[in-house]
Design a binder for this molecule. Structure first.
Ligand SMILES: Nc1nc2c(ncn2[C@@H]2O[C@H](COP(=O)(O)OP(=O)(O)OP(=O)(O)O)[C@@H](O)[C@H]2O)c(=O)[nH]1
Length: 755
């Protein structure tokens, strides 16, 4: 029925009632049976000379290219737009792979996890380093699936530029919007690549329009397609007025011809390109004063005389300022348009020194790096991916972790080449490094050379009036912004095969959590069971599968449940007294609290104290009170779900001398629970943003189905012959759909389905 279903989490929303019994429980293990047999997850290490064979030029150029020649870029898109296929072509043309990998055959370089190869999707982002025409490119292929949004976010944090890939037949899709907003948040200059120009239904015009309308971006058309869908042959370079045609007899697309457009041979195409170039010049002149002056002074009579390099320099500035986005097109699968895309990456996207990172001035030339990804390797222990912002990293270097406030030693330094790693002697600012030996560093940690260097940077930051970094702790001022971790929307219990394996399960979960902060693990206080909380069914399924493959543990998952939350609607006060004698000691506490709803959303309770008690309160008593409040809010009175958007004010507190802090916590917790019980309460449920692409004839049944699922339709768009329904649906009401999606397509949440 549905031709295409796209879902992503947006928020918890208020509902009047919840029928908890109606939750559709999905047995994760059922779909695991479809997996292929175990494929070992091998990771190779090589010292420099043997690894990439003849393609290695010299040790020096591999290790430390000039910073102006470095490009740290990411590839981002909606699921299935062709990120991995494009990355494979990029690696092949840059000479770092000898054959073309194919997602459909499961032999790609960047999707190196067994699950990725089996399922044909990207789960972990992979960092790959290669050279293109004298430039060093560090490229990160990120997942498009909504369950792995955090993986995208933490990679964006360390990029200087990004290539946004679109399916030219679909234009901007649901997850494209999400990743585009994430890139906006991190101020990342972008270029757009309209992929799948060979696909039936591909439309350059439609895709460009959707960038303009849905992303509210100004597209700069640097190329025009020659043909579309079946007739797609190549592209026209609007800047240089050349046509680029790929030889249809060439299997790998390496050979293509670049020829100037001539009046004699291509009068129509030349006319169209001249018009597009003139429009581009006017558009860039509107956005860039320096270029506008140049055009007005020297080329206003005839735009044809404007040299391509001048236009490129201006487009580079506009891209950097993010006032517009260059748009290119091609077909990764048919090997067309990838080399010009690589050229555009080097010409239009910024080098690390062109990005304005304000914290760099505090470090001067001292080491400052951000750990953005942790992987666990059985032999080597944790491998930490780091973006170096300033200074140099070397093996055997002792580094200071600002977040963990600890000092550790890097034992080896590697240059990441997907599942291969090149051992190197040093790496300088602007690069992405892979370090071995760091046992305590986790995703999002700031790394500096020493504690004194962090303090010196903090002092500089303070002197330079960085008010927003003035916090209680000196070291906190120099933390690079970490990654926001979204709240999980699903949970289920996990059990080891036997009680004796519980420590092994705990170890596995600890390692996986260090790699993936969006995975949360907690202990159910009533049953004592371990509970996994994740971003979606696929997320939990992959974790379960990884525990089995990588840690050799066959675990059992309980039914998957939606993570509801609770809140209160009015203010209430409660008092409680705890009076207990243990041995010869009397513990006596009396407390009065008020619970009220907060105006702004807050996952943890906001804690306040009445003036009368805040002054004389000891630090230990304060900690005990806060621990009591937090534990009370973990289990709400309605469903036992965590309570959010609530503020607790402590109005009075009397503590008998000799009362233990545990008793204080217990009394406060009981009192807060009493207040929450007295208040008017409401359950909050996760809402999913939904986009359904459906053939016109099936629109009515789809709308009826969505209405039955308490869906809220916001918009119905027309996309060529299809209708696109955009809206919200409670997660609980689409679990069945998500499961059946997975059943029909093998593994894809957002997969296309036939009617
Ligand atoms: N027709 C056509 N199909 C393509 C093209 N590029 C990729 N595909 C196909 O689209 C599907 C998805 O390609 P991927 O490269 O895995 O897409 P992705 O964006 O990396 O997907 P995720 O990693 O799962 O988000 C595969 O079946 C590819 O063969 C293209 O240029 N044209």
């Amino acid at each position: 029925m549905l031709s295409n279903l796209r879902i992503c989490a947006v928020s918890h929303q208020t509902i009047s009632s919840v029928h908890i019994n109606n939750i559709c429980c999905y047995k994760v293990r059922a779909s695991l049976k479809r997996l292929k047999p175990h494929v070992p997850l091998g990771r190779n290490y090589s010292s420099l000379p043997g690894l990439i064979g003849n393609d290695i030029k010299s040790l020096h150029s591999i290790i430390n290219p000039p910073i102006a020649k470095i490009r740290n870029i990411g590839i981002m898109a909606h699921i299935d737009a062709g990120k991995t296929t494009t990355t494979e072509r990029i690696l092949y043309y840059s000479g770092y792979t000898g054959s073309l990998g194919d997602v459909d055959d499961g032999d790609t370089v960047t999707d190196f996890m067994a699950q990725e190869r089996e399922r044909g999707i990207t789960i972990q982002s992979a960092a790959v380093t290669f050279d293109w025409k004298g430039y060093r490119v560090n490229l990160i292929d990120t997942p498009g699936h909504v369950d792995f949004t955090l993986e995208v976010e933490r990679c964006l944090r360390v990029l200087d530029g990004a290539v946004a890939i679109f399916d030219a037949s679909a234009g901007v899709e649901a997850q494209t919007l999400t990743v585009w907003r994430q890139a906006d948040k991190h101020n990342i200059p972008r270029i757009c690549f309209l992929n799948k120009m060979d696909k039936t239904g591909a439309s350059f015009k439609y895709a460009v329009e959707s960038i303009r309308e849905k992303l509210k971006a100004k597209p700069l058309l640097l190329q025009l397609p020659i043909g579309e869908a079946k007739t797609f042959k190549g592209v026209v370079d609007v800047v240089t007025k050349e046509k680029l045609l790929w030889n249809s007899n060439s299997n790998d697309g390496k050979d293509f011809e670049r020829k100037p457009l001539l009046e004699m041979s291509d009068p129509e195409l030349l006319k169209e390109t001249t018009e597009a170039r003139n429009a581009l010049i006017e558009q860039v002149a509107d956005l860039d004063d320096e270029f506008a002056d140049l055009v007005l002074e020297e080329f206003s009579e005839n735009f044809d005389l404007l040299p391509a390099e001048k236009l490129q320099t201006a487009i580079h500035r506009v891209t950097l300022a993010q006032t517009a986005v260059p748009v290119l097109c091609g077909s990764a699968l048919k090997n067309k348009g990838i080399q010009p895309l690589l050229d555009a990456v080097t010409v239009y996207l910024p080098s690390p020194e062109e990005r304005n990172y304000e914290f760099l001035q505090w470090y001067k030339d001292d080491l400052c790096a951000l750990a953005f990804k942790v992987l666990h390797d059985k032999q080597r222990g944790p491998l930490v991916f780091m973006r170096i912002y300033s200074g140099t990293i070397k093996p055997q270097l002792a580094i200071h972790n600002v977040n963990g406030n600890c000092t550790e030693r890097i034992s080896r330094l590697l240059l990441p080449f997907a599942d291969q790693h090149v051992e190197i002697p040093s790496l300088t600012a602007g690069n992405i490094a892979l370090t071995v030996g760091l046992k305590h560093t986790a995703t999002g940690d700031t790394i500096v050379s020493s504690k004194s260097s962090a303090l010196a940077a903090a002092r500089r930051a303070e002197r330079e009036g960085e008010k927003k970094h003035r916090q209680n702790n000196e070291a906190e001022r120099v933390l690079l912004a970490g990654v926001e971790i979204p709240e999980p929307v699903f949970f289920c219990t996990i059990e080891p095969p036997s009680v004796s394996k519980q420590p092994d399960l705990e170890h596995a979960l600890k390692c996986l959590q260090r790699e993936d902060p969006s995975l949360k693990v907690r202990l159910d206080p009533d049953s004592g069971q371990t509970v996994l909380c994740g971003m979606g069914e696929l997320h939990i399924e992959i974790i379960h599968d990884r525990i089995k493959r990588e840690y050799g543990l066959e675990t059992y998952l309980g039914p998957l449940q939606v993570a509801y939350r609770e809140t209160i609607l009015n203010s209430v006060r409660a008092t409680d007294t705890l009076d207990r004698t243990l041995g010869d000691k009397r513990h006596l506490v009396t407390v009065e609290v008020e619970a009220r709803p907060t105006e702004t959303s807050s996952v943890t309770p906001v804690i306040e104290y009445a003036e009368s008690i805040s002054e004389g309160l000891l630090k230990v008593s304060k900690e005990a009170i806060e621990s009591g409040i937090h534990s009370a809010c973990l289990q709400g009175p309605l469903l036992g779900s965590p309570v959010q958007d609530v503020a607790i004010t402590v109005y009075s507190l009397t503590i008998h001398p000799g009362t233990s802090t545990t008793m204080i916590s217990a009394c406060v917790s009981r009192c807060v629970q009493k207040a929450l019980k007295k208040a008017d309460k409401q359950v909050l449920e996760p809402l999913m943003n939904l986009e359904v692409t459906v053939a016109r004839d099936y629109l009515s049944p789809v709308l009826a189905d969505l209405a039955q699922r308490r869906g809220n339709i916001q918009e119905i768009q027309t996309r060529q012959d299809n209708k696109v329904v955009i809206g919200f649906v409670p997660l609980a009401d689409i679990m069945e759909t998500r499961c059946s999606d997975m059943g029909k397509t093998g593994h894809r949440l957002c997969a296309s389905e036939e009617h």
